[in-house]
Ligand binder design. Structure first.
Ligand code: NAP
Length: 277
């Protein structure tokens, strides 16, 4: 069904949702010894990516913004990744049954084309996972749910040595990428060393700032659901302080005209990002 209008670059063309992001071939954009890092968020028009849920005490992505059509694009972005960058918080929520989903690529029939596509592209069936954490408070039961892929844990020199030993003796790789906390440039270098060319960042505002502040994020995919949520306890796509604003160039913009989930799909390039030499 062609219910997507392409607004930028301007075109009369109507597109279908399926394939909208898969055609980008993000796994082939970086040079052999470089890495493309891209992030993806869904937000309300008033900038909420998660709201505090009084019942569980957790911040969660509200059902009023999450939807299957955006989730399809989320899966398409995952399909193009060698590795996914996530936070320890995701694993802490996973064990409580509060995470959005098990990490993609989804095993449901509707995503079977994506698993097939990965095989055709010579990619592993599932992207590897890198978990960013200072506390190394990562429940073993949650890690055990991802037995089908390599898990790397990225932390700083401040990390608890005993926890590092425990993780390593359970077969996980622990990478040190920063002094007091994980630093964007060191993380990128570690991932290049591990042989990755495309990394999909799906964590929240803190990991996002870690990448943007050090100019290692290349692309930002932002879905804006056309609603307003309000609420005083929320996350937006970035928090904390940055030395200076990060400039963005709009690469593409689509309007999803599906009445059940009207939304804008924007893709930006970060224009002052670091080029690997
Ligand atoms: N709507 C959306 O598209 C969307 C997307 C992503 C997330 N979210 C929501 O946003 C909220 C926050 O997500 P999140 O907790 O994953 O976000 P986050 O703020 O990026 O990550 C928090 C955790 O990641 C680790 N971390 C972050 N930066 C680090 C650094 N530089 N060095 C070392 N560790 C670092 C820390 O783990 P330790 O505490 O273990 O040290 C920290 O507690 C959640 O409610 C989530 O559901 C929404």
């Amino acid at each position: 069904m062609t219910d997507i209008s392409q607004l930028h670059p301007h075109s009369q063309q109507q597109c279908s949702l399926k394939g909208l992001y898969l055609k980008l071939n993000l796994h082939q954009v970086a040079e052999q010894s470089d890495l493309l890092i891209y992030a993806n968020y869904i937000s309300s028009v008033d900038g909420r990516i998660s709201l505090h849920d009084a019942e569980s005490g957790e911040f969660i992505v509200p059902a009023s913004i999450a939807n299957r059509r955006d989730w399809r694009l989320y899966q398409e972005l995952a399909a193009q990744a060698d590795v996914m960058i996530t936070s320890a918080r995701y694993f802490r929520q996973l064990v409580k049954g509060k995470a959005q989903d098990l990490l993609p690529v989804g095993t449901a029939l509707e995503y079977a084309d994506l698993t097939k596509w990965r095989v055709e592209q010579g990619l592993k069936p599932q992207p590897d996972v890198v978990i960013i954490s200072n506390s190394l408070n990562i429940p073993a039961q949650a890690l055990a749910q991802l037995k089908d892929r390599r898990i790397l844990i990225c932390t700083s020199e401040k990390a608890d040595a005993q926890k590092v030993d425990q993780l390593e003796s359970s077969g996980h790789t622990v990478l040190i990428a920063g002094r007091k906390q994980v630093e964007g440039k060191q993380l990128k270098q570690q991932l290049i060393k591990a042989g990755y060319r495309s990394a999909y960042m799906i964590a929240g505002p803190e990991v996002h700032r870690t990448l943007v502040n050090e100019q290692v994020l290349d692309r930002l995919f932002l879905t804006t659901r056309l609603n307003l949520l309000a609420g005083d306890e929320f996350h937006t796509i970035l928090n904390g302080d940055m030395g200076r604003p990060a400039a963005l160039e709009l690469l593409s913009l689509y309007l999803d005209r599906d009445l059940s989930s009207q939304q804008l799909f924007a893709q930006y390039a970060l224009t002052d990002h670091e080029v690997n030499e």
